[in-house]
Write a protein that binds this ligand. Structure first.
Ligand code: SAH
Ligand code: SF4
Length: 359
């Protein structure tokens, strides 16, 4: 039986499973092999907004596909373009929740920063998403659909790289993220190389273990923000649940080089002592360090580290033998810095009550 709108959609399934479902259905209708092979590419590879747009198929079959295998959509609410070329997309989900994606062009590379949850339960003190609280987990389609919609609108926008650095903590939504990773990477999905897909986490240990168990070499970024536990905990409440030592232990299971994300906040994590602790940790883990200027939108009560101090901090890391990159703050004028999405569109309803999510 076809999947109905109330249950999981065909776009929530890993490509191999979707192929089997569609093929079985089509074979049951007595369709010839060549016809059956025409269906699957329309899910991800050459997506259509609705089956009726797949004009290589007979009209009657298209109508039937639209009835029995409806293709869900994300509704584009607004698109904003920053003066630096960064574009922010606000999507409305079926139940009215809204999420954002940010497309960051850089040379030949187009990195799309995607959301994995509506809101976030973890309340990091510098983060706009954290301030809005947790709303709900996204489904696999709602995650990968952020890319599908871009491609539908303009195939030239297909991202070369995908980072889970939008709204939410991906490793607290592992069942959906696990399928989403497969769709992103599979040759009969979006076909994006695993090394071009980065999962960013504050360090949810069970989720890290699950990710490390995948055969593909997805990249891992750990949102570190402080290498000294007593400085990290006040910034990131999750450190109480999964202390840094346990997070680093879990990170050892990754064969690929990991990245530490480090938002520089004046007086909170930007001293020489902080830099030296970071050097020791990055050296021990062989990690790259991404330094991010604090985006003021997420934290009105915190001050960004001034630019000269950012440079000094980065220089100190480099003299300590650490590969450190200072990320440009992109899309500042449209509040679109990755991981730094504004909350005003979501303020129509209070956060979901605690207990709706598992830590
Ligand atoms: N929850 C995951 C992924 C989403 S947040 C995580 O925290 O890793 C993605 C990135 O955006 C994180 O590295 C986070 O620290 C960063 N970020 C959040 N708020 C920010 C702010 N105000 N300024 C700059 N970067 C911010
Ligand atoms: Fe959640 Fe990441 Fe924001 Fe922390 S930084 S509140 S984990 S989205």
């Amino acid at each position: 039986m076809a999947i109905t709108a109330e249950s999981t959609s065909i776009l929530d399934l890993a490509p191999a499973e979707a192929r089997v479902r569609l093929s079985d259905w089509a074979a049951g209708l007595g369709l010839p092999e060549y016809r059956i092979r025409q269906l699957h590419p329309r899910l991800w590879d050459r997506p259509v907004a609705r089956w009726s747009d797949a004009t290589e198929l007979p009209a009657e079959l298209r109508a039937r596909l639209d009835r029995e295998w409806p293709l869900p959509r994300l509704e584009l609410v607004t698109e904003q373009q920053s003066s630096d070329g960064t574009r922010k997309f606000l999507w409305r989900l079926g139940d009215g929740e809204t999420i954002e994606s940010v497309l960051i062009p850089s040379g030949a590379r187009r990195t799309l920063c995607i959301s994995s949850q509506a809101g976030c339960a973890l309340g990091c003190v510098f983060c706009a998403t954290g301030r809005m609280g947790f709303r709900r987990n996204l489904t696999p389609f709602e995650i990968v659909g952020q890319i599908r919609e871009l491609v539908l609108r303009n195939p030239a926008d297909r991202p070369s790289n995908v980072v889970f650095m939008g709204m939410g903590e991906p490793l607290l939504n592992w069942p959906a993220v696990e399928v989403a990773l497969t769709i992103l990477n599979a040759a009969d999905g979006l076909g994006i190389g695993a090394r071009h897909i980065t999962v960013s986490t504050v360090g949810i240990v069970p989720g890290m273990q699950a990710l490390a168990g995948r055969p593909e070499q997805f990249r891992l970024a750990i949102s570190l923000h402080a290498a000294i536990p007593d400085r990290r905990r006040p910034l990131m409440p999750i450190d109480k649940r999964y202390p840094l030592a346990a997070v680093l232990e879990a990170a050892k299971a990754f064969r690929k080089r990991i990245t530490f994300e480090y938002v520089l906040i004046a007086g909170r994590n930007d001293s020489n002592t902080d830099a030296d602790a970071l050097i020791a940790l990055a050296r021990r883990m062989g990690a790259l360090v991404n330094l991010l200027p604090l985006h003021p939108g997420g934290a009105p009560h915190l001050a960004p580290t001034p630019a000269p101090r950012i440079r000094a901090f980065a220089d100190r890391l480099r003299s300590g033998g650490i590969e450190a990159v200072v990320r440009k703050s992109r899309g500042l004028d449209i509040s679109a810095a990755c991981g730094q999405l504004r909350v005003e569109h979501a303020q129509h309803a209070p956060p979901a009550p605690p207990g709706g999510e598992e830590l």
